[in-house]
Design a protein around this ligand. Structure first.
Ligand code: SF4
Ligand code: SF4
Ligand code: SF4
Ligand code: FES
Length: 948
């Protein structure tokens, strides 16, 4: 199997070109390129061991020496830059001698078990021995050596076998330069030098299992356990990670239909060859034994499941939808799409709802995460999307992170951001909790604005107050690019004394002087970029805050070029795409309102059905109307609302109230407990389509194995549509993408062919911008002039009082993903077997709580029990938990408060009391019983449907 070409050292991006001659061939490369890299460009491969093109050159192995006419000695080609007119020889008898000598030393301390080594055929040491013509090793094994060094197998995914280490330091440098974790060091000197992870083993170390060191290791020292177990892969398929909104590109390396390993793609536009533990290693869920692969139906949710054929399941689902619409009207049915599904899948679901169900009752899980982003950015800038590429951060001078935790939530981008911070960019973190970025090796926030949860809008207004009242507005930009009247109104509003940092100091819990200094830095520190996450959107004023962020960026002229911008860090892999694809109840694809006659006419003509001009129901409306009795059937496609949506009791009550719930998913998830039809879905490894990441990058998802359930998800939706009398005639996901492109101006130039050519493309992709649009709003905003909006701070109604004196806020951890349905079914549980609640030592002491105690958390909505983790990461008065395990019931305690504009739930602020308890809550005990019963049903009735 061919690997991606390794140029030995990174490419130089200099504009200046240099021409030299290598082994008789002239080659022209950018200034700053190494001779080794230039040689590869000229088609000449120089032997190397310590160099690889993802890392800065190091010059330790001395294998890459060359001769340069007119220069003395034998310089290392990896550390010597090109120069005009150089004449380089990479091969000569003398060079061959030196290289053989170097290799002889390496091999004399290396176990010669190549035939049984897992890296056999994929080992650079082996390759180099061949390349330099090594035929004998004069030094025996009698002397001191490392051959009996003990193996470290503690990491669930890779082993470390020091007996094979050549101490090239590539792993150490990968951990520092690429990942930014600094978990590894070279200990000792000379013969004693060895790679060490600082503590006993990898698992207990700071290592976050990103795999960069494994990728960089030229020998079998760091090696994937899957390769050790199954042998070397035989072919590879390039596809896109299905976890977070970074959208990393991977080469799925296969043996037949078996996935052996996922190797990050060096040409990936979002990840440039890097990965995190989830995409790199946590793909085993796709073949987990819990997966359901045969359809199942049941009349009532108290009945056991019956396994049926696809035809029977689809025709039962269709007949139920028809029965219910016949009895209760067409508005009684709706669907929810998922941001884990491809663009094509989401598109066909919303088409089914609009063209076949005859309503606009379709919503998406973005409702509960980034709907305020869509709304806020559309209002201010004219487009519901982030403005930059990830690479843009490398040109930022000031980075402000608000309510996001990139190193856990968006790890590959987090690593890139850390790289820029190590280069000297300034950092402002606005977060109630000390996220890793606040202080990690070689990265320290210049300002950590530890605001009280729920006060975001006060924070952004106070920052704007400083900008406006201290003369820091970029008036030239505002005059040229924005609606001046809206600016004046906003300026006068934020300038009011009540918006000053001093007036808001106690509300925010931030010293006014710190806030002023941070605002000055943002406005005057050069290119300033804002990155934000769910800590901004999941509030009752989520949309207001998004508009406040856009206001600040416009007022300081930080928009419309590289290094600046407003960057929502999207949670799930396809949040951007699911919104782009028209899965909100008021919009067609490309964010065009359903009431727009011209747009509706376009879709009516393409789809051949009349379409409703009235916005449909949002998820909370569907649930409320289910309880009231008018909403009766739901097609829930790849989404687990019983776990991911707020106020679980309300959600489950609504589901229980419906007459037909159709769940399409990989696993019998929490929502499936209330379902009447279960349609088994396909994993991302089994489907073809596209995902769109947080930087609007459309990337291909390619099928690497046959769907275990028999069909890709769009095919299942198409079958349902056909059964409902509206055949969908797609033969391949590319037909769906072509239809999307034909009906959506921003996607006009997108096709599978284009993605094959370019690898990925950022929308808008049009005739004018056939290769996509990395940076938006360069000359003018999508809406023409940028518009400022007044952002009046309205404190949340969720208030602390004597009964509920603490505020609970929620977030994610690196190793788990969202509701954990996938990652909990992988070895990632080694790092996060359960959700815990973080509590400040003062609050813990007040309540007699010790580390690891069970604590009851009660809110106005419900109560749950978690184990305590005592830490100063959270401030007094605030507690924090993740929500990756259903049994934790984080959403049992969150309230039904939501964003005024979009209904995005206020997940980030819940007033609670915490007490020490001795057992799980009533809810958790009944949950356990219920879930055990449900699993028993499934096991009894659909045993053979599972993957054994
Ligand atoms: S573990 Fe691999 S990459 Fe690290 S020093 Fe040893 S041989 Fe080099
Ligand atoms: S897996 Fe990643 S974090 Fe762990 S040691 Fe290797 S490079 Fe560092
Ligand atoms: S989870 Fe996100 S950062 Fe990690 S590999 Fe997948 S896309 Fe990349
Ligand atoms: S590859 Fe140049 S010194 Fe090792």
């Amino acid at each position: 199997m061919e690997h991606q070409k390794d140029y030995g050292t990174p490419a130089s991006h200099s504009d200046q070109q240099v021409t030299l001659n290598i082994d008789g061939t002239d080659v022209t490369v950018p200034a700053g390129t190494s001779i080794m890299h230039a040689a590869m460009v000229a088609g000449v491969s120089v032997p190397k061991l310590c160099a690889t093109d993802s890392l800065d050159p190091f010059g330790s192995c001395r294998l890459c020496l060359v001769e340069i006419e007119g220069r003395r000695g034998y310089p290392a080609s990896c550390t010597t830059p090109v120069d005009n007119g150089l004449k380089v020889r990479t091969q000569s008898p003398k060079l061959a001698d030196i290289r053989r000598g170097v290799m002889e030393l390496y091999i004399s301390d290396h176990p010669l078990d190549c035939l049984t080594c897992a890296a056999n055929g994929d080992c650079e040491l082996q390759d180099m021995a061949g390349a330099v013509g090594l035929r004998e090793v004069r030094y025996g094994y009698e002397g001191e050596n490392h051959l009996r060094a003990e193996k470290d197998t503690s990491n669930p995914y890779f082993t470390f076998d020091p007996s094979k280490c050549i101490v090239c330091s590539r792993c150490v440098r990968a951990c520092e330069e690429t990942q930014g974790t600094f978990a590894l060091t070279i200990q000792g000197r000379g013969f004693e030098s060895k790679v060490a992870s600082g503590v006993n083993n990898f698992l207990e170390s700071e290592c976050v299992s990103c795999g960069a060191c494994v990728q960089a290791c030229p020998t079998a020292t760091l090696m994937e356990k899957s390769v050790i177990q199954h042998g070397q892969p035989e072919h590879s398929v390039t596809t896109t990670c299905a976890y977070c909104g970074v959208g990393c590109s991977f080469n799925a390396e296969m043996k037949g239909e078996e996935l052996i390993r996922m190797v990050p793609n060096k040409d990936g536009g979002a990840n440039h060859g890097h990965s995190c533990v989830k995409g790199r290693f946590a793909w085993g869920y796709a073949t987990h034994k819990d997966r359901i692969t045969k359809p199942m139906i049941r009349k009532s949710i108290t009945d056991p499941w019956t396994e049926v054929s696809w035809d029977e399941a689809i025709s039962y689902a269709a007949s139920e939808i028809q029965r219910i619409q016949g009895k209760y009207g067409k508005e009684s049915v709706g669907a929810i799409t998922s941001s884990r599904c491809t663009n094509e899948e989401v598109y066909v679901v919303q088409k089914l709802v609009r063209a076949v169900f005859g309503s606009n009752n379709v919503d998406t899980c973005a409702r509960v995460c980034h709907s305020p982003t869509g709304y806020g950015l559309k209002q201010t800038l004219g487009e519901s999307a982030g403005t930059q590429t990830f690479d843009s951060v490398m040109k930022s001078d000031v980075i402000m992170v608000i309510g996001a935790n990139p190193t856990d939530g968006h790890p590959v981008f987090g690593s890139q951001m850390k790289r820029r911070l190590r280069e000297g960019a300034k950092l402002i973190v606005a977060d109630p909790r000390a996220i890793d970025l606040v202080s990690s090796p070689h990265v320290k926030a210049d300002y950590h604005l530890k605001l009280r949860p729920g006060t975001n809008v006060a924070l952004i207004s106070a920052m704007a107050h400083v900008v406006v009242t201290e003369g820091l507005v970029d008036e030239e930009f505002v005059k040229a690019r924005c609606e001046w009247d809206s600016f004046v109104m906003w300026r006068d509003f934020v300038a009011k004394p009540e918006n000053s940092p001093e007036a808001l100091e106690s509300e925010l819990g931030i010293k006014a002087a710190d806030l002023r200094a941070a605002a000055r830095l943002f406005a005057t520190g050069g290119n300033a970029a804002i990155y934000y996450g769910l800590g901004v959107t999941e509030h009752s004023q989520g949309s207001t805050m998004v508009m406040g962020i856009a206001n600040l960026a416009m007022a300081t002229g930080n928009i419309g070029r590289e290094g600046v911008g407003v960057n929502p860090l999207r949670g799930q892999n396809n949040v951007q795409g699911s919104c782009d694809m028209g899965s909100m109840p008021h919009e067609f694809t490309g964010y065009r309102h359903v009431s727009d006659d011209a747009t509706r006419a376009l879709f009516e003509s393409a789809w051949g059905r009349p379409l409703s001009a009235d916005p449909g129901l949002r998820i909370p409306n569907m649930l409320d109307q289910a309880i009231e009795g008018s909403f009766k059937a739901l097609y829930c496609n790849g989404e687990d609302i019983a776990q991911s949506d707020p106020d679980t009791q309300h959600v489950t009550h609504a589901l229980e109230s419906m007459e037909c719930v159709i769940v399409q998913d990989l696993f019998l998830n929490e929502t499936a407990m209330y379902a009447h039809v279960f349609l088994p879905g396909a994993s991302f490894l089994e489907k073809t389509g596209t995902f769109t990441n947080a930087e609007r990058r459309i990337s291909p998802v390619r099928r690497v194995m046959t769907p275990k359930n028999g069909y890709e998800d769009w095919e299942i939706t198409a079958k349902l549509s056909t059964a409902l009398g509206y055949p969908m005639h797609y033969k391949h996901a590319s037909d769906i993408l072509d239809e999307i492109a034909a009906l959506t101006p921003t996607f006009a130039g997108v096709s599978f062919k284009k993605l094959d050519e370019l690898g990925s493309v950022q929308w808008p992709c049009t005739d004018e911008f056939p290769n996509g649009t990395p940076t938006m709003h360069i000359d003018e905003f999508v809406r023409g002039k940028g518009k400022f909006f007044i952002t009046q701070y309205v404190p949340t109604t969720e208030k602390v009082n004597a009964k509920y004196p603490l505020i609970l806020t929620t977030g994610r951890i690196l190793s788990q993903y969202n509701v954990g349905a996938q990652t909990r079914r992988t070895d990632n549980v080694a790092w996060h077997p359960e959700d815990m609640v973080e509590i400040h030592p003062h609050d813990a002491e007040d309540r007699g709580i010790s580390e690891g105690d069970w604590v009851g958390i009660a809110s106005r909505a419900g109560e749950t029990v978690l184990r305590a983790k005592i830490t100063e990461r959270v401030q007094p008065g605030v507690i924090y938990t993740t929500f990756h395990h259903p049994e934790s019931g984080a959403n049992v305690i969150t309230t039904d408060n939501s964003d005024w504009a979009t209904n995005c739930p206020e997940f980030k602020v819940t007033a609670v009391q915490v007490t020490r308890v001795s057992q799980l809550s009533d809810w958790q005990r009944s949950y356990r019983q219920f879930s055990e019963e449900q699993i028993a049903f499934a096991q009894n009735t659909a045993k053979e449907a599972r993957i054994e």
